[in-house]
Design a protein around this ligand. Structure first.
Ligand SMILES: [Zn+2]
Ligand SMILES: [Zn+2]
Length: 255
């Protein structure tokens, strides 16, 4: 099976002891590409370095809403500079997180707008992180520009109603370990509604480890459990799900 992990954070310290083995385990189950996502400026630098080191690792550069107060002219200029590497395939992750509220909401909104504008300028797709802020996230995107086919709601954590808005605007949604969690029926119901050509799979490693490995550190090899569960929910074979979501990832990240 050919698979693409569209969202992972292998630059984190969690992998300092065994990064090579983590990559090899992923390759062994058919993960042919991994997009390593920058979560802050330093993480974005590390993401580009990893992508330059490994042929099958690519990068996205951006600043997570948790770190929104670090988005300023200087950090944005560096994000844009990093994005000039041919290994960088998207801007992100950026967005709104009103669950943790680690940065004030107004500052999160400003930081998100700025990064959306950078993506437009650079003609790159955007990886959006949105938690407990569906309406506000959509509002800001709508106000900023046309992102049809060029935007991913990563770690889709909303329900079947919110997915209608995403379908209407022709965005992608990336599904991960959550779909294996007992208490995440609304996410599964959303996946049921999502057209096959707009579904992506991701691990968000080291977070959100899928069943049956919950409690352990997540890693791209566990995409195996996610593709199986997604296939079961959509009523197709895991092979077909792998094939379609890999084509989708190839398309949005322009591999
Ligand atoms: Zn995220
Ligand atoms: Zn992430």
């Amino acid at each position: 099976m050919r698979l693409i992990d569209t969202h992972a954070h292998l630059d984190f310290d969690n992998y300092n002891q065994d990064r090579e083995e983590v990559l090899n385990r992923a390759r062994k189950i058919g993960v042919e590409k991994i997009v390593n996502i920058g979560a802050d400026l330093e993480g974005s630098r590390r993401a580009v370095k990893l992508a330059e080191k490994y042929d099958d690792v690519y990068a996205a550069v951006g600043i997570h809403p948790h770190e929104a107060d670090t988005v300023n002219q200087k950090s944005l200029a560096e994000i844009i500079k990093l994005a000039s590497s041919s290994r960088v395939k998207a801007i992100g992750e950026c967005g709104l997180d009103f669950y943790y509220d680690n940065s004030p909401r107004e500052i999160q909104k400003e930081a998100f707008k700025k990064q959306l504008n950078s993506a437009l300028e650079l003609e790159l797709p955007v990886v959006v992180h949105s938690r407990e802020a569906a309406a506000e996230t959509l509002e800001i995107i709508d106000q900023t520009g046309d992102f049809a086919k060029k935007l991913i709601f990563h770690c889709y954590a909303y329900g079947p109603e919110e997915i209608e808005e995403i379908i209407k605007r022709d965005y992608y949604a990336a599904f991960g370990g959550l779909i294996t969690f007992k208490n995440a029926q609304p996410v599964r119901d959303a996946l049921k509604k999502m057209p096959l050509n707009r579904i992506l799979l991701e691990t968000d490693a080291p977070y959100l480890t899928p069943a049956p490995n919950r409690g352990k550190r997540n890693e791209p090899a566990y995409l195996e459990y996610i593709v199986k569960k997604a296939a079961e929910i959509k009523g197709i074979s895991a092979e077909k799900m792998g094939e379609i979501t890999t084509e989708n990832a190839d398309r949005i990240y322009n591999f």
